[in-house]
Write a protein that binds this ligand. Structure first.
Ligand code: FAD
Ligand code: SF4
Length: 495
């Protein structure tokens, strides 16, 4: 804390976003390049170096936030990078994508805007790459043990990096043609440019991690083969079995799951396709689902040139501030948030039927109507109360020739046969069952990330990857010095 009065003299200032009109014409990240570094040391100076830093507790990775805030305020970037990487394998991902529970838990947030912790993290991570503070760290010696990691999302990548660095020989199996999980084909380029992912993968390859793409374990390689060929197996297959919307008209063409639509748009950015076959260009788009996946569809449809885009959220519009009785500080509150995509929709008035930012709250879909060729043309909805009961007289229609379903995910996708081939026990809610040491019912097979925790966040996925790596290392060698930031039973801070 270079300036003990920083929090009184410096107002919170966030990384500025590019003008809406400019950024919706490309797929680059929404932020003004180079605009973070000039402001960030003063922002880090707002940190009070609390005796009990709740920011640190609110972060599943246990990030050493006051320490690196202090180092950034003194512009000691190398030491800041060391402290940041001590707890987080991929801070350039979380620095861009995390909803920042640490900021909700920041002590300063009790009576004024929180420290811009996420921006500080991103600045350190980017600076570390620019200055070469993050060279590959191959192990000094090999253990002779082998590990197969199945799935290359943030969980699998964090587990693989930790285990490789501990000296084990690690191969990551991925059924997609590229590495990255939901960060590759789910999350759009404008939230995180894929070059950040490529740079980490290069580092991991140089450390010795091997990658096998286009290989679905269960379908292309029998799961039992891997069990016998490797000393341990980590299942990090994610939770991508999507929820359906069983209403009349669902069978019409033009109604797609978000995770069918978003990967195609990402493939355009990768250069695989010139135009997405599901492009929203010129179409009236309705997104059913008010979460982040829906917001990603919104930003994508706007960039593709949709005629209109409306997002339906079944929940009532949250308030501007936290409800201290239900979600007191330092929990992560459900409040009205304006993501970059919502800001764009608001400024461009993409949703004539919505008052502000493209969202219609407390809206439940009743049915779809189509034209003679069986293509969707409109969506009928009704307002619902807090018990999701229809409010009489509030039914109405929206024009819709592309409908995107973003209703969340129920658990791991079982189509590849991996779960059945291994004879894995499952939890009643559909996730892979595991004990307190991340072990499944099958000897030598561990489970982590969304596949076992259920749909979550990248910061939890990285924490799961680090923790399962420690459990596997202990299983292989009898003890482990790898950090385990969470247990399988840890959950976000709540009352
Ligand atoms: C559209 C979208 C946007 C999101 N945005 C954010 C965000 O902004 N911030 C945030 O914190 N979180 C976000 N999330 C959530 C976050 O992406 C996930 O919580 C996180 O990616 C989970 O990581 P994971 O490694 O456990 O699983 P995943 O990222 O799902 O990776 C699992 C991988 O396993 C592979 N796989 C599955 N089965 C097999 C098999 N049999 N053989 C080989 N490979 C297999 C899959 O192809 C996939 O690549 C978003 C999610 C979605 C859907
Ligand atoms: S809670 Fe906020 S002010 Fe306190 S140490 Fe953490 S970032 Fe700094």
């Amino acid at each position: 804390m270079a300036d003990p009065k920083g929090f009184m003299t410096t107002p919170r200032q966030e990384w500025p976003r590019r003008p809406v009109e400019e950024r919706v014409r490309d797929w680059d990240e929404v932020y003004v390049p180079g605009a973070l570094l000039p402001i960030i040391s003063k922002q880090a100076d707002r940190c009070m170096d609390c005796g009990i830093p709740f920011c640190h507790d609110a972060c599943p990775l246990g990030n050493l936030i006051p320490e690196w805030n202090d180092l950034v305020s003194r512009e000691d970037w190398r030491a800041a990078s060391d402290r940041l990487h001590a707890t987080n394998n991929f801070p350039e991902f979380t620095g861009r994508l995390c909803p920042a529970p640490c900021e909700a838990g920041c002590v300063l947030a009790i009576n004024q805007p929180a420290v811009t912790i996420k921006n500080v993290e991103c600045a350190i991570a980017d600076r570390a790459w620019e200055e070469g503070f993050t060279p590959p760290r191959p192990p000094d010696r090999l253990s002779g043990k082998t590990v197969a990691v199945i799935g290359s999302g943030p969980t699998g990548l964090a587990a693989a990096q930790q285990l490789t660095r501990a000296g084990h020989t690690v191969a990551v199996y991925e059924k997609d043609d590229r590495i990255g999980g939901l960060m590759r084909y789910g999350i759009p380029e404008f939230k995180m440019e894929k070059r950040h992912l490529e740079r980490r993968l290069e580092q991991m390859r140089a450390e010795g991690t091997r990658f096998r793409t286009s290989t679905a374990v269960g379908r292309d390689v029998p799961a039992d083969d891997l069990r016998t060929r490797y000393d341990a197996v980590v299942l990090a297959t994610g939770a991508t079995a999507w929820r359906e919307l069983p209403v009349p008209g669902r069978e019409l063409t033009g109604i797609h799951q978000a995770m069918v639509y978003l990967p195609l748009a990402n493939r355009v950015c990768e250069g695989d396709l010139e135009v997405s076959p599901l492009s929203a260009a010129g179409k009236h788009v309705v997104i059913v689902g008010g979460g982040d996946t829906g917001a990603d569809c919104l930003g994508t449809a706007v960039r593709e040139g949709a005629a209109s885009v409306t997002q339906l959220d079944i929940y009532a519009q949250p308030g501007a501030g936290r409800d201290e009785d239900i979600e007191p500080w330092p929990t992560y509150p459900k409040v009205y948030r304006l993501s970059a995509a919502h800001e764009e929709a608001r400024d461009l008035r993409t949703a004539p039927a919505a008052d502000a930012d493209a969202r219609l709250f407390a809206a439940s879909t009743l049915r779809f109507d189509g034209d003679d060729s069986g293509h969707v043309r409109s969506l009928h909805l009704i307002e619902v109360d807090e018990r999701r009961q229809p409010v009489a007289g509030t039914g109405r229609s929206l024009p819709a020739d592309l409908v995107l379903l973003a209703l969340g995910f129920s658990g791991p996708d079982r189509e590849d046969g991996l779960v059945d081939q291994l004879g894995l026990m499952m939890e009643p809610r559909g996730t892979i069952a595991r004990d307190g040491g991340f072990a499944t019912n099958v000897a030598g097979v561990f489970a982590a990330g969304d596949a076992a925790r259920g749909q979550s966040l990248i910061v939890w996925a990285i924490a799961e990857g680090r923790a399962v790596a420690a459990a596997v290392d202990r299983y292989l060698t009898g003890s482990s010095r790898l950090p385990a930031p969470i247990s399988p039973y840890d959950r976000p801070m709540a009352v």
